[in-house]
Write a protein that binds this ligand. Structure first.
Ligand SMILES: Nc1ncnc2c1ncn2[C@@H]1O[C@H](COP(=O)(O)OP(=O)(O)OP(=O)(O)O)[C@@H](O)[C@H]1O
Ligand SMILES: [Mg+2]
Length: 244
């Protein structure tokens, strides 16, 4: 579904991505793991076209994105992607309904009734019926993430990107959000890409896990393969998180 080929990117004179190669399979969840500051969010921003590579390309569903101009990228983004940003940022001045409906109101000509129906359906899917009129400030951290997920999937995207979907949540809420992401992927059957340094989250829901380290993907595979791989950097990372 997404093919990242030899992606290089420097920011402020620092080479953050140094030749990233990664295949992201369709209709599955892929987790990108790695320590803080290694460039996971930067990589995600390239996948969704918010940053442009210095060199290398990203192929999204057969489209070579290095050939797209700004307008074409906007179309591709609207057509294919949903995104849940780090901390799941909601628009604070809008209630839950308005947050989830935002994309449909901006970019489609659906009637008020159709929008209301879709918003209701997605809120139900994320386990939050009857909260349409609440403001973000009235929601718990876990509820905000659920609303952000409903917003990310409102336009039936083919690909949803998650940047640290569980960061800052207590372990129990964290587990429930991980379950929700897993269930949602299974129900929708679409491609999820999740960036996380929460290895437990990655390992429990992703069919493919890739570790970013010093600007490159150093290993990728199933949870089982990652646990058994002999790369000391991967092993250290896993141990530090599980026992650290
Ligand atoms: N817009 C930017 N301008 C300059 N430098 C940036 C920019 N965005 C990120 N960086 C730098 O790129 C590096 C990678 O940042 P990134 O946010 O991708 O890390 P990360 O792996 O997502 O970390 P975390 O797990 O803490 O979210 C960091 O050194 C950061 O300072
Ligand atoms: Mg990040």
């Amino acid at each position: 579904m997404i093919e990242i080929i030899n992606l290089h990117k420097s920011l402020d004179g620092v080479e953050v991505l140094r030749g990233v190669n990664l295949d992201i399979p369709g209709a599955k969840t892929t987790a990108i793991i790695g320590s803080s500051g290694t460039g996971k969010s930067v990589l995600l921003k390239h996948i969704i076209g918010l940053l442009k590579p210095d060199s290398g390309t990203i192929i999204v569903d057969g489209v070579d994105t290095s050939e797209l101009n700004g307008r074409e990228w906007n179309e591709l983004r609207k057509d294919k992607f949903g995104m849940l940003f780090q901390e799941g940022a909601l628009f604070d001045s809008m209630n839950v309904f308005e947050n989830v409906a935002f994309f449909l109101e901006q970019h489609t000509k659906l009637s008020k009734e159709e929008i209301a129906h879709k918003v209701g359906e997605k809120l139900e899917l994320v386990g939050l019926p009857n909260v349409e009129h609440k403001m973000p400030s009235e929601l718990s951290g876990g509820m905000k993430r659920r609303v952000a997920l409903a917003r990310a999937i409102i336009a039936s995207p083919h690909i949803v990107l998650f940047d640290e979907p569980t960061v800052g949540l207590d372990p129990i809420i964290c587990a429930s959000i991980i379950d929700l992401i897993k269930q949602t992927q299974e129900q929708l059957g679409i491609t999820f890409v999740m960036v996380t340094h929460n290895i437990l989250a990655g390992f429990s829901i992703a069919q493919k896990i890739a570790m970013l380290h010093e600007g490159r993907i150093i290993e990728s595979g199933t949870a089982e393969e990652m646990r058994n791989c002999e790369n000391p950097i991967v092993q250290n990372f896993i141990k530090n998180i599980e026992f650290g």
